[in-house]
Design a protein around this ligand. Structure first.
Ligand SMILES: C[S@@+](CC[C@H](N)C(=O)[O-])C[C@H]1O[C@@H](n2cnc3c(N)ncnc32)[C@H](O)[C@@H]1O
Length: 377
C-alpha cells in the first residue's frame, strides 16, 4: 500500500513505472491490429461454447438481478431459458448486455437498474429469479462485515422472490458465505424468509470441474416452490477431473496454456482464480489474486499484469521477462466466456465484469439441472 512505502521505495516504483510507460509507448508506436499474434494457435484455443452446447428453448423465463457482465444470464440462455429482464446498477455492464443481446430488456444505471429501488410485482409470473448479490460483505478479501455492510443486498433478492413468486430461484455468492461465521446470517437473511415457501439447497461448485480452465469456487442457493420440483433436484455433477466415475473417466481438466492455444513448455495448470471484480487499485489491469498465484502464472510463463485490450496489442507490448501477455479476450476465455461475448468499457472495466461473473459453463450446469427439476425430464 502506497502509505507503507519508504521514500526510497516510492522513488524506485515511480522510476519503474515511468520506464515501463516509455517502453510501452515505444513498442506500441508501430503496432498494427492486423499483425498476426506469434505463438498463439487460434485453431487450438478452447471454445467455451463446447462446454455449454445451446439447448432448445424450454419455455421457462428468467429475471436476472445484479446481472454484471452477464455470466449467469448467458449460462441460462445456453441452457434454453428465455430472458425476461436484467437489473444492474452499473451503466457499463448494461452496455455489455445490450451490445451482446440487443433484444433483451436491460435496466441499468442508478435510476433504472438499482435493485434496492426496483418494483418487481410487474414480473410476477416469471419462472426463475437468479442473481449474485454483491459479495464484498462476505469475501475473504474484504472485512467480512456481513449483515452490517451497506452492500449486503440479500434483503432485496429475497424481496424480489417474495414479490414475483418464481417456481425456482438461484443465488450465487463467494464461498466465504458458508463459513461458520456467517451461519446465523444465512439462516436469518436467506433461509428463514424464504423457507416457508421454498425448499432450499446450498452447495459449492468449482469451475475447473466443469471444463473452465480456472480454479474458482462459488456457492449456490437453489430454491424450489413446489415439493415435486424439489424432489427432482439433482446437484450438477463434475464433468472434468481425474476421477473415475460410474460412467467411465471424466474429461481431462482444461489448463491455461493449452486453452489459450499456447505452445507446450512442459508445464501447464488450471489458471489461478482471476482477481474478482472492481477491487484493487483504481483502474487496475492485472488479474493476480494473491502472491501464491503469481508463482503459478510465472511457472506457466503467462504474464497476468498490464492486460491489453486486444491480442495484437498484447503481442506487440511484450512482457519484459518474455512471458505471454494476456488480452481481455484471453481473460474472458479463462473465465469461460465464448469469443463472441464482448465486454464494453476500458480494460479495467472489462476485467471487472469478467472477474465478478459466474463462469457461464458453471451457470449452464446449474441451469440445466434446474430445468430438469422443473420440467421433469
Ligand atoms: C457478483 S456481481 C454479479 C455477476 C453476475 N451474476 C455474472 O454472472 O456476471 C454483482 C453485481 O451487482 C451489481 N450491483 C451492486 N449493487 C447493485 C444494486 N443496488 N442494484 C443492481 N445491481 C447492483 C454490481 O455492479 C455487480 O455487477
Amino acid at each position: 500500500m502506497p502509505y507503507d512505502l519508504t521514500d526510497e521505495q516510492r522513488d524506485r516504483y515511480r522510476e519503474t513505472s515511468l520506464r515501463s510507460k516509455a517502453r510501452k509507448q515505444a513498442l506500441l508506436r508501430d503496432y498494427n491490429e492486423n499483425t498476426p499474434v506469434p505463438g498463439v494457435d487460434l485453431t487450438e484455443r478452447l471454445d467455451p461454447n463446447d462446454l455449454m452446447p445451446q439447448l432448445e428453448d424450454n419455455g421457462l423465463t428468467t429475471l436476472s438481478l445484479f446481472s454484471g457482465g452477464g455470466g449467469l444470464d448467458l449460462g441460462f440462455e445456453r441452457a434454453g431459458f428465455g430472458h425476461r429482464a436484467s437489473f444492474e446498477i452499473l451503466d457499463i455492464c448494461g452496455e455489455t448486455l445490450r451490445a451482446n443481446r440487443p433484444d433483451w430488456e436491460v435496466r441499468s444505471g442508478i435510476v433504472e437498474g438499482d435493485v434496492r429501488a426496483a418494483r418487481f410485482t410487474p414480473f410476477r409470473g416469471v419462472d426463475i429469479v437468479h442473481g449474485g448479490p454483491p459479495c464484498q460483505p462476505f469475501s475473504v478479501a474484504g472485512k467480512q462485515a456481513g449483515a452490517d455492510d451497506p452492500r449486503n443486498m440479500w434483503p432485496d433478492f429475497v424481496r424480489c422472490v417474495q414479490q414475483t413468486r418464481p417456481r425456482a430461484f438461484i443465488a450465487e455468492n463467494v464461498p466465504g458465505l458458508l463459513d461458520k461465521k456467517f451461519e446465523s446470517f444465512v439462516t436469518e437473511n436467506i433461509q428463514a424468509p424464504l423457507e416457508e415457501n421454498y425448499t432450499i439447497f446450498k452447495f459449492k461448485l468449482s469451475a475447473h470441474d466443469f471444463g473452465v480452465p480456472q480454479a474458482r469456487k462459488r456457492v449456490f442457493f437453489v430454491g424450489f416452490r413446489a415439493a415435486r420440483d424439489a424432489a427432482r433436484w439433482v446437484q450438477p455433477a463434475p464433468t472434468h477431473g481425474d476421477v473415475e466415475t460410474l460412467f467411465g473417466p471424466m474429461l481431462p481438466r482444461n489448463t491455461t496454456r493449452s486453452s489459450l492455444g499456447l505452445p507446450d513448455i512442459g508445464f501447464d495448470e488450471v489458471a489461478p482464480t482471476l482477481r474478482s471484480g472492481f477491487t484493487g487499485p483504481r483502474n487496475t489491469t492485472g488479474v493476480v489474486n494473491s502472491k501464491a498465484s503469481m508463482n503459478v502464472w510465472n511457472e506457466m510463463q503467462v504474464w497476468p499484469n498490464g492486460v491489453q485490450p486486444t491480442r495484437s496489442m498484447a503481442a506487440a507490448y511484450t512482457a519484459e521477462n518474455g512471458h505471454f501477455r494476456m488480452s481481455v479476450d484471453d481473460c474472458a476465455l479463462l473465465q469461460g466466456f465464448p469469443a463472441e461475448w464482448r465486454f464494453s468499457g476500458a480494460v479495467y472495466q472489462a476485467l471487472g465484469q469478467i472477474g465478478n461473473s459466474v463462469c457461464p459453463p458453471v451457470a449452464y450446469a446449474v441451469a440445466r439441472q434446474v430445468a430438469i427439476a422443473l420440467l421433469g425430464e
